[in-house]
Design a protein around this ligand. Structure first.
Ligand code: B12
Ligand code: SF4
Ligand code: SF4
Length: 401
């Protein structure tokens, strides 16, 4: 159906809602695309549930290599993730949707401001899961009324391989950094999926447009790509600062710099971003206080203040202790001795995770003499084995005064 907004108004009318008129095939797909755009989706495509069969093998290799780290949920029922028909036998078409969240400034700029924390672009506004789920549900309701067929909606958390499905549906291609890149919107695209029992015309899969470029591989601070198109999540700063619940492994601490929640380097450097546009959804836009927060202020957050600052933000998910752990790694990397008192105060924190990170931060910022004095005071009362180990290791790396 090629109609404009007037056509949509008719579709939403009582004739449709009482299901007297049903759409199917190309008419349904065309009306669906218009409805999706009206609801704020920036791209849409349809694919066959069987289209990602080739991705299944790569996914199994990823799991076999242990590249998922502690994300055990990724390894649960891989057959459901790699085949939409196992997740829901009734699915006949997969509708993939994208929402542009293009930033208004380069996320690489803040990496130079070492006394401030870098929160990745996707987490500077409201939680996209809530926003996209609401939109997906609205679109799904419309689809049920228009087609009479059953649907299921997914964003991020379900056993759905969103990137390969989105590539098969023509939204873009999985670049060498493994994320989906769009020729129209660059790297900044959230994905969501609707599985439907309707048989919709398929879109053509997008091809690979990376060519000989390797900018994303070269910029990665932790060398997280063992090969192009392959990520070892255990080395990715996004995993280390968000998913990882324990202490951050020593080998990555310096490379993390001031990234306190996620990382955007491989996305930001992609040349296809020259076509990127600023996101149009105000709720996803950066909150002023999360663009370049002072590390000194973040280090003082207690549980209540953390929850208040990150209300409705995806950051809230990791909790205050893990967040302050990240802030302390950034403080250790700041080369700003005026931040040492923040780390010193956190040596007495209730959380062992925080105390351990505070030890490392101090070792980077204070001279050997001061560090030694702190160590002899603090280790006497320290009961946690992991924190005691941090003291021992740090004693060897503390810089000279
Ligand atoms: C687990 C997960 C993570 C993990 C692992 C990431 C990863 N690349 O797997 C961690 C925590 C590290 C992570 C980080 C990020 N994530 Co994430 N994440 C997911 C999640 C929940 C599952 C992804 C998954 O299935 N991974 C398993 C691997 C095996 O799958 P894959 O990446 O598709 O792997 C393919 C390639 O490796 C390829 N391959 C392997 N070998 C070979 C060889 C050849 C020759 C070829 C051609 C291909 C190939 O085939 C594999 C299968 O398709 C999805 C949501 C979802 N349900 O899909 C979001 C998702 C992928 N994440 C997203 C985002 C935004 C991010 C971050 C940018 C957040 C940030 N700023 O910190 C970073 C980006 C890091 C990066 N470079 O990938 C978005 C990406 C949107 C997009 N445009 O692609 C998603 C889709 C969420 C959403 N709904 O929007 N994430
Ligand atoms: S998000 Fe950062 S750490 Fe992770 S792969 Fe990309 S550049 Fe590397
Ligand atoms: S930076 Fe280059 S190699 Fe990486 S995804 Fe973009 S085009 Fe592909």
């Amino acid at each position: 159906m090629a109609g404009g907004r007037a056509g949509l108004a008719e579709l939403r009318g009582p004739r449709l809602l009482n299901r007297a008129v049903k759409l199917s095939g190309a008419d349904l797909k065309s009306a669906l695309a218009q409805e999706a755009r009206a609801l704020g989706f920036d791209s849409i495509g349809v694919t066959d549930p069987q289209s990602i069969a080739p991705a299944a093998e790569h996914f199994r290799e990823f799991l076999a290599a242990g590249a998922h780290g502690d994300m055990d949920w990724l390894a649960t029922s891989p057959e459901r993730r790699t085949d939409p028909r196992v997740l829901w036998p009734g699915v006949r078409s997969v509708i993939m949707l994208g929402v542009n969240y293009g930033p208004d400034e380069s996320p690489l700029q803040i990496l130079e401001k070492r006394s401030r924390g870098a929160i990745s672009v996707y987490a500077q506004g409201d939680d996209y899961h809530d926003l996209i789920k609401k939109r997906l549900k609205a679109l799904a309701r419309w689809l049920v009324a228009a087609s009479g067929d059953e649907v299921k909606v997914f964003v991020d958390t379900a056993a759905v391989m969103e990137k390969p499905l989105a590539q098969a549906a023509g939204l873009g291609w999985q670049g060498k950094h493994t994320n989906l890149v769009s020729r129209e919107l660059g790297s900044w695209l959230f994905l969501g999926a609707i599985y439907t029992a309707s048989d919709l015309p398929r879109d053509e899969a997008d091809g690979d447009h990376c060519g000989s470029c390797r900018a994303c591989q070269d910029i990665c601070p932790t060398a997280a790509f063992p090969a192009p198109y392959k990520l070892d999540a255990r080395r990715c700063i996004s995993y280390l600062t968000i998913e990882n619940k324990g202490p951050i492994p020593h080998e990555f601490r310096k490379a993390i710099g001031n990234r306190i929640y996620g990382c955007d380097d491989c996305l930001a450097v992609c040349p296809w971003n020259k076509f990127a546009q600023q996101g149009r959804e105000a709720k996803l836009a950066a909150r002023p206080e999360l663009r370049a927060p002072e590390l000194s202020e973040l280090a003082r957050l207690d549980d209540g203040a953390f929850r208040a600052l990150f209300a409705k933000s995806p950051v809230k998910r990791i909790g205050r202790d893990r967040f302050v752990r990240n802030v302390l790694i950034a403080i250790g990397n700041s080369q700003d001795a005026s931040l040492a008192p923040e780390a010193e105060r956190l040596l007495a924190d209730d959380s062992a995770l925080v105390r351990g990170a505070a030890v490392w931060a101090l070792a980077q910022l204070v001279g050997r003499e001061k560090f030694g004095a702190l160590a002899s005071r603090a280790t006497a009362g320290e009961s946690d084995a992991a924190v005691r180990a941090e003291w021992r290791i740090a004693d060897g790396v503390s810089p000279s005064p």
